[in-house]
Design a protein around this ligand. Structure first.
Ligand code: PLP
Length: 443
């Protein structure tokens, strides 16, 4: 038990972090929030509106994290807040089917070519279920993933590569068994010959390839022209499933997610999809979706078990529905324009300060990498080889000037349709100083 400190409740960011560390591991409920890669004390937020966050000390920031993606329409969008209020008044959870989960599933199926949608609460559950389904459908055990792609924190998906083309894997976390890691083959992203070789050697054992539609968790890495279609063809040829993880990019990279820029244009569809982030509009909701023949293997119809007490929670469904219903063409136009504008401001400031960099883009998402202008970033090795030391001082300079960036260089920058001229001006005012700080940073 910890002492009750309510009489002297901390109010500064630093004091809140100190108090949190006494009762929450590392003071945070998700590791990247701890500022581990940028140093300093994390900021505790108490309020959000439109493009802004307000911390416990009353300081306001332009938010370029947007809760890691969900806040497509900005914070506290009136239509979303109204829908949530109405849902709360009607009851927090019923433990039964509800009309809104049906409407959200139908809405998702109207935007991307999926026959069935099963709601879960987190992206981690969605990818975990997709893998189980792929194994159940194929009767095979192995899963291919790419180094640097993040698919949530289930055991098998935390396997990371050894160096080079790994056909054996090491556990990426304590507590993941070697047996689990051995069933995950980790390959370099964008590397067709590594895939060809792996499938030539073990194709009969491979249940699925899981990929981020466009990687956004090692910074953004743009899939090379035709790479996703190559994945589709290769898996089909070998009787493996393609699991298309759009937890981050879904209904954000474009109106039809990254698939809208890739499979839709090239004329192919994956077998299974995972969604999260935007489809919950800020509430805990995610989904696994796909072709009927595969999805109908799920319980209660089929032998692949999956369940969730709060799956399709009515308040979360209301937030997700209101968000997707309001995600109009105009919203995507604004997202696209603001993210282009942000990139131009960033590139202008870095160029002016003489900071070598490259920008990687995936639809309305992008990230910056330092010292990479010669070759760009095509995989995890490239991402790791950049001048990461320039990011921490850059991040803190922006924070000081009221701009909240992702606290790691290995993350995408997120805008919302609420990012207006005033918000952009604040970013524009902060960038030149931050760029100069990044220029003089040393390893
Ligand atoms: C965020 C994310 C996940 C995990 O979702 P959680 O809701 O955090 O469990 C899975 N895949 C991708 C691509 C993600 O960005």
């Amino acid at each position: 038990m910890t002492e009750n400190t309510s009489n002297t409740a901390p109010t500064t960011n630093a004091a809140l972090y100190d108090a949190a560390r006494a009762v929450i591991p590392g003071g945070v409920n998700s590791p990247v929030r701890a500022f581990g890669s940028v140093g300093g004390s994390p900021v505790s937020m108490v309020k959000a509106a439109g493009p802004y966050l307000t911390d416990a000390e009353g300081r306001e920031y332009v938010d370029l994290v947007c809760s890691w993606g969900p806040m497509l329409l900005g914070h506290n969008h009136p239509a979303v807040v109204d829908a949530v209020h109405r849902a709360v008044d009607a009851g927090l959870s019923f433990g039964t089917s509800t009309p809104d989960e049906l409407r959200l599933a139908e809405l998702i199926a109207s935007k991307v070519p999926v026959d069935r949608v099963r709601m879960v609460s987190t992206g981690t559950e969605a990818t975990m279920t997709a893998i189980r389904l792929a194994r159940g459908a194929s009767g095979r055990n192995l899963v291919v993933k790419f180094a640097g792609c993040y698919h949530g924190h289930s055991d098998g998906l935390l396997a990371a590569a050894g160096s080079g083309v790994a056909t054996q894997s090491l556990p990426g976390s304590a507590g993941v068994t070697e047996a689990q890691a051995a069933e995950t083959l980790v390959l370099p992203y964008n590397d067709r010959s590594a895939l060809e070789e792996t499938f030539a050697a073990r194709g009969q054992e491979i249940a699925a390839v899981i990929t981020e539609a466009a990687p956004c968790n090692m910074g953004v890495v743009t899939p090379e022209e035709g790479f996703n279609q190559f994945l589709r063809d290769l898996t089909e040829r070998h009787g493996a499933l393609l699991i298309w993880d759009e937890v981050l990019t879904g209904f954000r990279a474009s109106a039809a997610g990254y698939w809208g820029l890739s499979g839709k244009v090239e004329g192919w569809t994956p077998d299974l999809w995972t969604f999260g982030k935007v489809i919950g509009g800020g509430m805990p909701t995610a989904a696994v979706a796909g072709r009927a023949e595969v999805m109908d293997l799920l319980a209660p119809l089929g032998p692949v078990y999956q369940a969730g007490t709060l799956s399709g929670n009515p308040v979360a469904m209301a937030a997700g529905l209101a968000t997707l219903q309001n995600a109009t063409e105009e919203v995507y136009g604004t997202l696209s324009r603001r993210s282009q504008q942000l990139e131009e401001l960033l590139v202008g400031a870095l160029t002016e300060a003489g900071v070598d960099h490259s920008i990687q883009r995936a639809g309305t998402l992008f990230s910056v990498a330092f010292g990479t202008s010669a070759g760009g970033v095509h995989n995890y090795a490239d991402a790791q080889a950049q001048d990461t030391f320039r990011y921490a001082p850059f991040f803190h300079a922006m924070l000081e000037h009221g701009v909240y960036l992702p606290p790691s260089v290995f993350e995408a920058w997120f805008v919302s349709s609420a990012h207006d001229d005033a918000a952009m001006e604040r970013i524009a005012a902060a960038l030149p100083y931050a760029a100069r700080v990044a220029a003089v940073a040393t390893a």
